[in-house]
Structure formats: structure tokens, C-alpha cells
Design a protein around this ligand. Structure first.
Ligand code: S3P
Length: 262
């Protein structure tokens, strides 16, 4: 569904008054250049360097923009990274991939990146080096990845539990906690045996204990979206809406903060 974009809320927004054109780059031409709307790039309008040959620019209609929700969220992102956090089975990778595709930014999964740099599976890393070493590597990898925004990054369930990781994410990311109920998570993870933390006598009880310990910390994320058994597109849509709403609120806070300092 299309929503009216941010240049937008004002009716008859005229790009020319905000992005004044220059003279056409064709040497013989004395006309003013046109501005063009770019939906995908970081700049909203670019000067095309070309005049509206044959047409009088001042008689053209004011440019009105319609941005899709995804394009709007992409604009709010700037060069930051959307970071998905949450328990195993919450859908961080699937929803992350779809969100990245919608916003047309790269997608990275921190566990895959860890496996790539170590040339080992997560299970082997846990077994050979232990969880402490795994966490140190995880923190380093995430810190490096966060420098490469804009993108969408899905993180392993334990990553956000590390204080240094949370601090890094706060600095250059927008965190989204995909929250899910125990039964939803359990249905999704119970027949998959690659997760070292769930190799216990009673994995559902283990998952439940992790939920109890982690949910207060996950709650520090910038946004919370409820993961549940519904269409994935619906969850992605809610993520995009959350990003737009969060960006609006956090930029207001910045303005208020700088007013207070004066
Ligand atoms: C872990 C979750 C896993 C993986 C590792 C530890 C955790 O990632 O990083 O097995 O501590 O919750 P997923 O959340 O993608 O399963």
C-alpha cells in the first residue's frame, strides 16, 4: 500500500523552492535545470543538469511525491543498520532478509559471517572453543559489520545480551526485537538440532529459561515487533512502520534536546 511520503504531508509541495535548480549544462541553453525525485538513493532530489527543453519549467506542475512504506523507511534509515535481535526461532533471518529486500539494502546474518570468517560451524565453534570465545568473536564481527551500513543485520540470539554489542548497536543501528511467545519459538526450533544451547535434556525448559533471562534485556531494543504465526509480509510491514514511527519520534527528541542545550 502506498502512503504519502515525507515531503508530502504538506499539500502541493514544490521541490523547486527547496532544491533550487541551476542553469542547464548545455552551453547554448539558458534554461533552468530540472530536479528529479530519487526514491532509492540517500538524496531525495537531484539536479538533472538538464533543462526541460521545449517546456517552460515554471509552468510545470509542482512535484508531488508518493513514497512506498519501504522507501520511506529506507529514507529514515540513512546510513544506519537495522539490527534484528531476539531468541532463536523468532524469525530474525527470514524477516531480516525480507525487510532488506523491501528497503533495497544488503542483508547480513552475523552467525553466517562468524562461520565464514572462522571457517567453522557455530556448533563446532562452541564445541572447540567454548561459548566465551564464541561471544568474543561474535562481538568483534558485529562491531565490524555495523560500520558498513546502511543494511539489515540479523544477530544470533545471545549477541544483544553482551553490553558492548548493545552499545555498538546503539551507536550505529536501529534495533528491532522480534518478540515471540515460548510456544511459537518452540514449534519452530524443536525439530532443528544445530543449536548448541538447546542440546540439553529438556530443550523446551532451556528455551523457557533463556526467555526469562533475556526478555528484560531484549526490551532495551529501540523497537519491538511481535513475531507470530501470521504472514511474514505482515511482520515486515510492521517492522517498516516501526522504523518510520521510531525515526519520527527520535528526531523530535533530538530537536528537543538541542533546544534545551541552548
Ligand atoms: C544463540 C543463538 C544462535 C547462535 C548460537 C547462540 C543464542 O543464533 O548464535 O547458537 O545464544 O541464543 P540464532 O538466534 O540465529 O538461532
Amino acid at each position: 500500500s502506498n502512503t504519502t511520503g515525507h515531503l508530502w504531508a504538506r499539500d502541493n509541495f514544490d521541490a523547486r523552492s527547496h532544491f533550487p535548480p541551476s542553469r542547464c549544462r548545455r552551453s547554448s541553453c539558458r534554461q533552468w535545470t530540472r530536479s528529479m525525485l530519487m526514491l532509492d538513493g540517500p538524496d531525495t532530489f537531484v539536479d538533472t543538469g538538464e533543462a526541460n527543453h521545449g517546456k517552460d519549467l515554471m509552468k510545470t506542475q509542482p512535484i508531488r511525491t508518493e513514497l512506498t512504506k519501504a522507501a520511506q523507511a529506507r529514507q529514515c534509515l540513512g546510513d544506519r543498520t537495522v539490527v534484528f535481535v531476539g531468541l532463536m526461532g523468532a524469525g530474525k533471518s527470514v524477516i531480516g532478509k525480507m525487510t532488506a529486500a523491501a528497503m533495497q539494502v544488503p542483508f547480513v546474518d552475523s552467525d553466517h559471517e562468524i562461520e565464514h570468517v572462522s571457517r567453522m560451524s557455530i556448533a563446532d565453534l562452541f564445541e572447540k572453543y567454548g561459548e566465551v570465545e564464541f561471544r568474543a568473536l561474535e562481538a568483534r564481527v558485529i562491531s565490524r559489520l555495523l560500520k558498513g551500513g546502511p543494511m539489515v543485520l540479523s544477530t544470533g540470539g545471545g549477541a544483544f545480551m553482551q553490553e558492548s554489542v548493545r552499545a555498538d548497536i546503539k551507536e550505529s543501528g536501529l534495533s528491532v526485537w522480534l518478540r515471540a511467545d515460548l510456544d511459537v519459538l518452540w514449534e519452530r526450533v524443536k525439530r532443528r538440532y544445530h543449536r548448541p544451547l538447546l542440546k540439553t535434556a529438556d530443550p523446551k525448559a532451556t528455551l523457557s529459561a533463556l526467555l526469562g533471562a533475556r526478555y528484560p534485556i531484549y526490551g532495551e531494543a529501540d523497537m519491538i515487533v511481535q513475531s507470530r504465526d501470521t504472514g511474514k509480509e505482515i511482520i515486515v510491514d510492521e517492522v517498516l512502520e516501526a522504523i518510520i514511527a521510531y525515526a519520527a519520534v527520535s528526531s523530535k527528541q533530538t530537536v528537543r534536546g538541542s533546544n534545551n542545550e541552548r
